[in-house]
Design a binder for this molecule. Structure first.
Ligand SMILES: *[C@@H]1O[C@H](CO)[C@@H](O)[C@H](O)[C@H]1NC(C)=O
Ligand SMILES: *[C@@H]1O[C@H](CO)[C@@H](O)[C@H](O)[C@H]1NC(C)=O
Length: 505
């Protein structure tokens, strides 16, 4: 019946597609411009053209054109599905809240005699059956929606790559064989299906290990919905550790991905005796609209930012028993034992991080709006910015200085997005930990493997942690080829789901 109505695409979606197509057009144009070398430099370019940049560029252009075609096809398909999926999403959220209400009723009835819970049990079974039918029905639509989102990410990355090629006058990286964002989505879905097919095989809430809140051990927090990336972070840190059993990883994900994480780590228990705690952010009752302006802004539809990215501002509340936590982003690889991070003296500061300014670049003036009075009063525009990726937090100092409250104040002030770009988290961190950050030695955290093709091999070899920040993630086929194996060597290639989902790693 929804199909009977005339189709009217929403304005934001139309704008998004237009923007994507424009991006592609620009990318193609920039390619055309860069592939016609100016006459004056032709002799030089001839002598250095042994690596045939033109054929590589042609390959990139084909790649972009292919994506444009695929994207157009998905756009047409999505337009058809749009109205149907609006109706579906409503019935989904209703069904979902029904089911969670039912599950808490079931939980409170667990101790009752069997006869008394029979009717409730039957109701639950019927609802689950209905939910499954609905899910199967919607799968096609859902896949399409998320494919578009992820394809747009890829197209964006390809555009960036072309722009860089033009600047550098040569293509420094090839399109490597590898996975696409689609593979990542496929992986999450296959893991989820494995669990649906055999619920009894996977414990819901494994008993917490005593290690999880033992403050004498080395604790890491990783916030991610990418199970493959997290598996690499954990595996690399385990292999680099002198005593893996003293390292504890707290992985926090979105509730919808938690089952997939559980399946992965049930099939592949944490390597070498490291400990892994899997959590969803719904496990933390203090993350609610009353107490957190982040949640309030997200719920009010004011923020296009992932809640997962903002969880880093709640570490002391998440881990009340701990004194020190290292925050790792999911696009890093650990190459050296990180135990040393627990022995660094932070001089009473809250945050230990590597600085990233050089000359006039990457200073506070780049991240904050210094035409605002409050920014001018409180911050120095020339202050050096530090990076997220590897951060040591003294949670006691954090609690002492009330950094979470300070963060909340800044979030309230930035309600209209005039202080900093609210789709990023770094500026909020720069404000919150201003004057409260201790610079770490640069070898702890080497950045740029997701966009900078010319990092010296010595610097990479000497890094405790390498960070694939940028759009060319090592799990995507746009990854920079020269760095890819630094990441893929920690991928568990025996995992059957990876072949199923065409990860060409
Ligand atoms: C929200 O969080 C605050 C503290 O952070 C807590 O006191 C309150 O009970 C929470 N509300 C709900 C509904 O869980
Ligand atoms: C920066 O602040 C000024 C007001 O001081 C405002 O007019 C401007 O829009 C802000 N810039 C951004 C990018 O939000």
């Amino acid at each position: 019946m929804a199909g009977g109505r005339a189709f009217r695409p929403s304005a934001p979606r139309r704008a998004a597609f237009a923007a994507l197509l424009t991006l592609l057009l620009l990318a193609t144009l920039s390619f055309l411009l860069s592939s016609a070398p100016p006459a004056s430099s032709s002799s030089r370019s001839r002598s250095s053209s042994s690596s045939r940049p033109s054929s590589r560029l042609a390959a990139v252009r084909r790649h972009a054109a292919d994506h444009a075609a695929v994207l157009a096809a998905y756009a047409a398909h999505a337009r058809k599905l749009k109205e149907a999926s609006a109706a579906q999403s409503l019935s989904f959220s209703t069904m979902s809240s029904d089911l969670s209400a039912l599950s808490s009723r079931l939980a409170s009835h667990l101790s009752l005699p069997e006869d008394a819970v029979k009717p409730l049990e039957k109701e639950a079974r019927d609802r689950i059956k209905l939910a499954r039918l609905l899910a199967a029905d919607a799968k096609e639509g859902f896949d399409t929606q998320s494919k578009i989102q992820k394809l747009s990410d890829t197209v964006f990355a390809v555009g960036e790559q072309l722009a860089r090629a033009r600047r550098a006058g040569r293509m420094s990286s090839r399109i490597a064989a590898g996975s696409t964002p689609k593979s990542l989505h496929c992986l999450a879905m296959r893991l989820l299906e494995a669990r649906l097919a055999k619920p009894s095989a996977f414990a819901d809430d494994p008993d917490p290990s005593p290690e999880f809140d033992d403050p004498s051990l080395y604790h890491y927090a990783v916030f991610s919905d990418n199970v493959l990336a997290v598996s690499v972070v954990v595996a690399s840190a385990a292999r680099a550790a002198a005593d893996p059993s003293r390292h504890v990883f707290h992985v926090v994900t979105a509730p919808m991905y938690l089952p997939a994480f559980r399946v992965w780590f049930a099939r592949r228990p944490p390597p070498l005796g490291v400990h892994v705690q899997l959590l969803a952010y719904s496990d933390f009752p203090f993350l609610n609209e009353t107490s957190s302006p982040v949640l309030r802004q997200i719920e009010a539809g004011k923020r296009d930012v992932a809640l997962l990215d903002s969880l880093r501002f709640y570490l002391p509340d998440m881990f009340p028993a701990l004194q020190r936590v290292v925050l790792l982003e999911d696009d890093v690889v650990v190459q050296r034992d990180l135990a040393g991070l627990w022995h660094i003296d932070l001089d009473g500061k809250v945050n230990g991080a590597v600085e990233m300014c050089f000359g006039g670049f990457r200073r506070y003036s780049k991240y904050l709006n210094f035409t605002q009075d409050i920014v001018q009063e409180r911050f120095n525009p020339d202050e050096c910015a530090w990076a997220y990726g590897v951060n040591v937090y003294d949670l006691d100092a954090w609690r002492r200085d009330g950094c979470t409250e300070l963060f909340h104040q800044y979030m309230e002030m930035n309600e209209d997005g005039a202080l900093w770009d609210p789709t990023t988290v770094l500026p909020a961190g720069l404000m919150t930990f201003y004057g409260n950050t201790k610079p770490l030695d640069k070898s702890w955290h080497v950045m740029g493997l997701g966009y900078n093709p010319s990092i010296s091999p010595e610097v990479i070899a000497g890094a405790a942690v390498i960070h694939f920040n940028g759009n060319m993630k090592p799990w995507l086929d746009v990854a920079l080829n020269q760095y890819k194996s630094l990441w893929t060597k920690y991928v568990d290639s025996e995992m059957e789901f990876l072949t199923l989902c065409n990860f060409g790693l």
